[in-house]
Design a protein. Structure first.
Length: 263
């Protein structure tokens, strides 16, 4: 799509915008993976450590090494964990992992692959650093299936004649593309599933304040004329509705994939 990279450089803002969603989907994802304890994990595109925290809490890993291009995000991630927690973090990118071959038992991308400029290279790198027989997995919002958590906002922007704002490698969110990427990297026993989750906001204003903080949405929405911004807000509010207590419920859907390194 030839869009510039999206950078998340505020760990606290990411936590409310996407970290909560990541853990909701991540819980279902880990139920599906059912990994054994004691694995050495690579968390590729770990961001502020939302999924890393799930790995530590649920999977009793021997260690987790996270990598992300944003040092501010990693600073937030490091602050999550007490001394002695088997997690460490390094600045870097998914296409050039700094680790040797066969260094891990498992590698994962949680809500990341559509941000990688060359997804095939990112998957190949994960496969390279995982030992034979190890797991390479990911989950990504089903963008073109209406699965993005803030799809209502994007849809109403489109209805008003505005461009939708998607990650640069959005096609990698499609289930068929994910499976092809995993097969193309030489991974075997490839399996996939859909993940459906829901999040409740106290009221529409809570939803709206969080929805506006996306790193590409924020500048677009902030630059809107006041009347246009008010119309967009009203359209989204009408679309979402609210329950008797004023709460707003939003659903999201992700595509998940896992394969094994042959050998």
């Amino acid at each position: 799509m030839n869009q510039p990279p999206i950078r998340f450089d505020d760990g606290a803002a990411y936590e409310s915008f996407m970290g909560v969603w990541s853990r909701y989907a991540g819980d279902v994802f880990l139920d599906w993976l059912a990994p054994e304890a004691g694995r050495r994990w690579a968390d590729v595109g770990c961001g502020n450590g939302a999924f890393t925290e799930l790995l530590i809490r649920r999977c009793a890993p021997a260690g987790v090494q996270g990598i992300d291009p944003s040092e501010p995000q990693l600073a937030f991630a490091r602050a999550r964990f007490a001394a002695g927690t088997p997690a460490s973090f390094v600045v870097g990118d998914a296409e050039h992992l700094p680790w040797p071959d066969d260094a891990f038992d498992a590698a994962v991308m949680a809500l990341v692959i559509f941000f990688v400029p060359d997804p095939a290279k990112g998957v190949a790198e994960m496969a390279r650093v995982v030992r034979p027989g190890g797991s390479v997995s990911a989950y990504a919002w089903d963008i073109f299936g209406g699965g993005f958590p803030f799809a209502a906002l994007q849809d109403e922007m489109a209805a008003m004649g505005m461009a939708q704002v998607w990650p640069p490698s959005s096609d990698a969110s499609r289930m068929d593309v994910l499976r092809a990427l995993w097969a193309g990297a030489g991974l075997v026993d490839v399996r996939s599933r859909e993940i459906a989750v829901e999040r409740t906001f106290d009221d529409f204003e809570s939803f709206w304040a969080i929805a506006r903080t996306g790193p590409r949405l924020l500048p677009v929405l902030s630059a809107m004329p006041g009347d246009q911004a008010a119309e967009l807000k009203a359209r989204v509010q009408a679309r979402l509705g609210a329950d008797a207590e004023g709460r707003v419920r939003c659903s999201a859907k992700a595509n998940a994939v896992e394969g094994r390194v042959p050998g």
